[in-house]
Design a protein around this ligand. Structure first.
Ligand code: AHG
Ligand code: MN
Ligand code: MN
Length: 339
């Protein structure tokens, strides 16, 4: 019988912890608890059709969006696990207007803070389409033992210690980086463990997929409109026309593009004049993963990770994916902004 060596997420993070400057067992414990919360959300997502967990709660979140039951469940589950880890002293999430500070027990001495989108792609929950969780980990900059300050959360993405996402798809995967490449773990439900399935993930330099909500076309910047037409033109050298793929769950669109090669665009629109996606818990973590897999992430002008946050729920345009394709979008934006 051939025995394949299986590396679980927990083994992997302990082996890798030495690569993170100043990291000790605390960082491993934190990721371990994120893994536990992900498994709990996986369990709920997978029985969504069977029990009373589909649909809206009847409330709206801080951003005026309907809250789904799974949004609320995921927010609470991750929050509870992060608090229980004792390593995280505060969290910013999509579902909470303000930061949530863990002041009790061991958590008050935690040195990490987390920004997270507990349930990404909410509009897809009720129709059995992939959803996700996105997280970003920073070391607090205020002294341990003192109250957290907003500047702990307003660090640019370049300061991320680690970032990742969970995709609840045809299988559930946890993908993360701590600045030494990107690794993906698939949940083996028979043993209840995330197992290393995608070591050192690299995104192709170019691809054939463009992902954008074309329903917003008339309001896009002219550079984006021209880029879409470029994607649709025939050209053998660059293998155009490209293929359009858009799920409407950032995690799922990003994950597919990272594996296959492609570009994801969410520009400013009339309903979202500064873009829709949130810098702290959607764009920064995805940007870290994009760059660590060889790709890029910009807001059309600046590297996402160099933007200094000014508000917890700040929105920015996002162009991310294969290096050559993001650069091409950038060329179009620059050219048409300047004529
Ligand atoms: P969330 O469900 O966390 O609010 O995020 C939804 C986001 C993101 O997942 C996706 O890329 C985008 O909204 C889709 O927006 P449109 O429906 O406007 O295309
Ligand atoms: Mn989201
Ligand atoms: Mn969300």
């Amino acid at each position: 019988m051939i025995m394949h060596k299986v590396t679980t997420l927990n083994q992997f993070i302990i082996e890798r912890q030495a690569e993170i400057p100043g990291a000790t067992g605390e960082f491993s414990r934190l990721l371990h608890h994120i893994g536990i919360a992900a498994k709990k959300v996986h369990r709920e997502v997978n029985k969504a059709g069977l029990v009373d967990i589909l649909g809206k709660v009847g409330s709206i979140n801080v951003q005026g969006e309907d809250q789904q039951k799974l949004d609320v469940y995921a927010d609470k589950t991750f929050m509870d696990e992060l608090r229980a880890s004792g390593e995280c002293c505060g969290v910013a999430t999509e579902e909470n207007q303000d930061i949530v500070v863990f002041e009790e027990g061991l958590s008050k001495d935690g040195k990490y803070i987390i920004c997270m989108d507990p349930l990404d792609g909410s509009s897809n929950i009720d129709v059995n389409v992939s959803v996700g969780t996105i997280f970003s980990i920073y070391k607090r900059i205020s002294p341990i033992g003192e109250p957290l300050v907003m500047d702990d959360f307003f660090q640019p993405g370049t300061e991320q210690v680690a970032a990742g996402y969970v995709i609840y798809g045809s299988s559930t995967m946890l993908v993360y980086t701590s600045g030494n490449g990107v690794n993906g773990f698939t949940l083996d439900t028979s043993i209840g463990e995330f197992c290393l399935s995608h070591p050192n993930m690299q995104t192709p330099e170019s691809g054939k997929i463009y992902s954008i909500n074309e329903g917003n076309y008339v309001n896009f910047p002219v550079g984006v409109k021209k880029f879409i037409k470029y994607c649709q033109e025939k050209d053998e050298a660059t293998k155009r026309p490209y293929t359009s793929r858009y799920i409407g769950s950032l995690v799922a669109d990003f994950h597919r593009n990272m594996l296959k090669g492609g570009v994801f665009l969410y520009p400013q629109t009339s309903s979202h004049p500064t873009g829709k996606l949130r810098l702290l818990y959607e764009c920064n973590p995805m940007a870290f993963i994009a760059e660590q897999s060889g790709g890029l992430a910009t807001d059309g002008e600046r590297r996402i990770m160099e933007i200094k946050p000014e508000a917890l729920h700040q929105r920015v345009p996002l162009y991310t994916g294969s290096r050559n394709m993001v650069q091409k979008v950038q060329e179009f934006l620059t050219f048409f902004n300047n004529i």
